[in-house]
Ligand binder design. Structure first.
Ligand code: ARG
Length: 257
């Protein structure tokens, strides 16, 4: 019965997407992402892999569609959704009230927060000394918005890694990006001169899949997949694959807001 209603939802979805002229009608589900954000999305060889690519594969599987991934700038994802270039945005994207004016979001699948990377013994050591410093961010991200609260001197990068490399080279005082990505990049660079500031408490942020406005069947189908992979252990297995064991988030951290 459950299988039957799932198939029915998929059928209604394909018909309504066809009517809306979305790519779904051609048997594909096109996901837009910015694969500069390990471990959520990054390029390995010719492929985009990571937590989000695997979640999107589960969504496509439940819809009986083939997943196609389009890699683009992070701040191009919402315009690509509103113009119909892509069907879903899966990019460690935080649910923000401003974004809800342009797109809809699925249920959330991950709880993160911002983090601030600084030089050991550098100028920025806490929220007071961070003020007015030169802060690097990835363009259009919540880290970009968070940095605006501390400084007007913000350097925006297309890639999170490039910002951290500029910090390592002494051209920035701090970088504000999502904590799991900050930890991933720091572990990869293994630079003893860089560290995470533990004196600033950033707010919780919740990642969700972004969908063009006006497609409730698609949102419902994505929510069903998120519920399935949360309860059957698939999501935990995906997270375990991409996070070093000691950073594996407790499942209660992946709560809904
Ligand atoms: N969570 C942050 C936001 O929504 C950053 C996401 C960046 N994602 C990416 N794939 N580059 O703004």
């Amino acid at each position: 019965m459950q299988k039957y209603s799932g198939m029915l939802i998929a059928l209604i979805l394909v018909i309504s997407m066809f009517a809306a002229g979305m790519a779904i009608a051609e048997g594909t589900l096109t996901m837009g992402t910015n694969a500069e954000f390990p471990p959520f999305e990054f390029v390995e060889g010719d492929s985009v892999i990571g937590v989000d690519a695997e979640i999107a594969a589960e969504i496509a599987k439940d819809l009986g569609l083939e997943l196609v991934i389009e890699n683009m700038a992070f701040d191009s994802i919402i315009p690509a959704l509103t113009s119909g270039q892509i069907d879903i945005g899966v990019a460690a994207m935080t649910v923000k009230p401003e974004r809800l004016n342009s797109v809809d979001f699925s249920d959330t699948y991950y709880n993160a927060r911002q983090a601030c990377i600084v030089q050991v013994g550098g100028k920025a050591q806490d929220s007071e000394s961070l003020k007015g410093t030169t802060i690097g961010v990835q363009t259009g991200t919540t880290g970009d918005y968070a940095a605006e609260e501390y400084s007007e001197d913000i350097q925006r990068f297309a890639k999170a890694l490039d910002a951290v490399l500029e910090l390592a080279g002494g051209k920035l005082d701090a970088v504000i990006i999502d904590e799991p990505v900050a930890k991933n990049i720091l572990a990869a660079l293994n630079n003893p001169n860089l560290t995470l500031l533990d004196t600033i408490e950033f707010e919780d942020e919740f990642y969700a899949v972004a969908v063009p406005k006006g497609h409730p069947e698609l949102v419902e189908s994505i929510n069903n997949t998120i519920e399935r992979i949360t309860t059957d252990g698939t999501l935990d297995a995906i997270l375990l694959k991409y996070f070093p064991a000691e950073e594996e988030p407790a499942s209660e951290e992946i709560a809904q807001p």
